[in-house]
Design a protein around this ligand. Sequence first.
Ligand SMILES: Nc1ncnc2c1ncn2[C@@H]1O[C@H](COP(=O)(O)OP(=O)(O)OP(=O)(O)O)[C@@H](O)[C@H]1O
Ligand SMILES: [Mg+2]
Length: 345
Amino acid sequence: MFKKFFGQFNKGLGIDLGTTKTIVYQQDRGIVVSESSVVAVNIRTDQILAVGDEAMKMVGKTPPHIVATIPLDNGIISDFEITEKMLKYFMDRVAAGRIALAVKPKVVVGIPLDITEVEKKAVEDAVLSAGASQVFLVENIMAAAIGARIPIQDPSGNMIVNLGGGLTEIAVISLDGIVNWKSSRVAGLTLDKDIIRFARDEFNLVLGEIVAEDIKKKIGSALELTEPLTMQMRGRDIISGLPKEFDVNDSQIRVAIFKSIQHILDTIKATLETTPPELVADIYQKGIILTGGLALLKNFDKFIAQGIEIPVHVADDPQTCTIRGLGVTIDDEHLLKDIIIPSSQ
Ligand SMILES: Nc1ncnc2c1ncn2[C@@H]1O[C@H](COP(=O)(O)OP(=O)(O)OP(=O)(O)O)[C@@H](O)[C@H]1O
Ligand SMILES: [Mg+2]
């Protein structure tokens, strides 16, 4: 029935417009785009040189007239024009060679919890001008919960923490609705900045953002590891300006990121403290679910479980929960109707 609603000749699209990653789901096909949310622009000519992973490769390596722009800031569109062009590029690529997609697709797109009407309208406008016939808004955290197969329809408290690149969102969901939530801008990118600061303060070393993220993913952890990890950290010496390398270990990175992960834990605690007791009882019993890319930080689940004394589970493939949930809503009209956010128009 809903396939008819989305159009028989046209496949609906789901878009997870993340601070670090943009993922597109096409009805009946699955994930068709999963790339960095980056656009490289030649500011002399205003020409777009690369979008997505191609543009990401240019970060930190561009001459002054080329700028690699991240058009989203903590989950919110900060550069409308570039966001629209990035979306158009991805949507055109999905449509390429498919006569069916000569018809504009209907799109379900995720939005953060803490968003103003103006920011919401910017998302709708960007998706429409990128080539959608109609836009439906769904909260990212709801989509993530659906993607993580959390029984959100049940009359019982479900707590989900989505640990993204630019946002940490925490929600308690019951009967298809968000009962309580908190959001923080301390997320994956904050940890990268912590590592950059650590390298500068401890070693007089200037690190690139990509190197810092790589260190976080490879040896970053929230609690001590059974096997210690070490890697080389390459950067530029602040004083000499020359390239330099140092060995860095998991324990140093743990210290560097501690304040940020403690802040995330405190935000989870604060959400529990303001949740109705009946729902807290359910959460104690079921545990909380982590989604988003930062849920892959080693031992982050154990760190949170120790801090709140509630079991913590990482969802399967946490980084794709949001887009898989958006995909589910395209195929389930009733579910979409239950969770849709009214349009700003
Ligand atoms: N193995 C890993 N260990 C630690 N962090 C990781 C790992 N894999 C991915 N990440 C981090 O996850 C973050 C991206 O997660 P995700 O794709 O869920 O965010 P996003 O949707 O782009 O951003 P947001 O939802 O905040 O707008 C990045 O900061 C990335 O470095
Ligand atoms: Mg996200």
